[in-house]
Design a protein around this ligand. Structure first.
Ligand SMILES: NC(=O)c1ccc[n+]([C@@H]2O[C@H](COP(=O)([O-])OP(=O)(O)OC[C@H]3O[C@@H](n4cnc5c(N)ncnc54)[C@H](OP(=O)(O)O)[C@@H]3O)[C@@H](O)[C@H]2O)c1
Length: 242
């Protein structure tokens, strides 16, 4: 991408295939109640996560994850397929809270990072992020003033992104599921129990079990002591084609 500050103007709602992937404890926690999630999963499943990264055009996280974990979001542990680059890194960040010292903006990484913001992001911070080499994409706000996710995905699609892997955190995953914007789920379950902690998926407004989202044709694979369950998500109306 040559231009660094873009305004969203998608002409359709076509969007990339969206896969949500995260690691959780047996009791469904993404992190401790203090936000510590490193590392829930073991080294074998971490390698799987990097393989999954390598097979996507973009990796997306919410700004909460950037502030808490400061991830690099690059493909490591496995090779990037020849002829391709690290996936685009996308941070969903309405007011541009991403620290300018964050790993996704450090040491040349910024050139492969897109910050999805709204008008609420201060002009000076947008300029500072651009000066580091990041692409700043200004999007409409949703009813709560946060990044409008349909517009974000449509804009990414228009810019050639065919697949997005969403790595968290709980807030972004829950918002995408609520909006039915997730196609696939790949959940790593580690044999650990935390009790109190951050739940992987928050309220989806489901009061009736028959309305539960379903994982179709789930594939279960062991990686060391962890289990990874992957599959396509069916939302209630299309639950019958499982
Ligand atoms: N175990 C794992 O695999 C894993 C993976 C990732 C993260 N984590 C953990 O998850 C925790 C972070 O989760 P989190 O829920 O605090 O943060 P998050 O989901 O990473 O980010 C949420 C933030 O994204 C921004 N956002 C912008 N537009 C949004 C929209 N339309 N919908 C939802 N969010 C939007 C909001 O901040 P603004 O309003 O400021 O824009 C929101 O607070 C950390 O403890 C981290 O360690 C665990």
């Amino acid at each position: 991408m040559k231009d660094r500050e873009l305004t969203a103007s998608p002409s359709s709602t076509a969007r990339p295939v969206v896969t949500v992937s995260y690691a959780q404890t047996l009791d469904g926690r993404l992190a401790t109640s203090t936000g510590n999630s490193r590392w829930i999963s073991g080294p074998e499943s971490l390698r799987f996560a990097h393989e999954l990264r390598a097979s996507h055009d973009a990796i997306m996280v919410g700004v909460g994850t950037v502030c808490q974990d400061d991830p690099r979001l690059t493909v490591r542990l496995v090779g990037v397929p020849s002829g391709s680059r690290d996936p685009l890194r996308v941070v969903v960040d309405s007011t541009l809270r991403t620290p300018l010292t964050a790993a996704v903006l450090a040491d040349g990484a910024a050139a492969g990072t897109l910050l999805a913001v709204t008008e609420r992001a201060p002009v000076a911070r947008r300029a500072a992020a651009r000066a580091l080499g990041a692409t700043v994409l200004r999007l409409p706000g949703d009813a709560g003033g946060r990044v409008e996710l349909v517009a974000l995905l449509a804009t990414l699609h228009e810019r050639g992104v065919g697949s997005v892997m969403v790595e968290g955190g709980a807030g972004l995953i829950t918002a995408l599921l609520r909006a039915r914007l997730v196609d696939r789920l790949a959940v790593c379950i580690a044999p650990k129990v935390l009790g109190a902690g951050i739940e992987a998926i928050g309220d989806l407004g489901i009061g009736d079990l028959a309305r539960a989202l379903l994982l179709c044709d789930p594939r279960v694979t062991s990686y060391g002591a962890d289990l990874v369950i992957e599959g396509r998500i069916a939302y209630p109306e299309d639950a019958d084609d499982r």
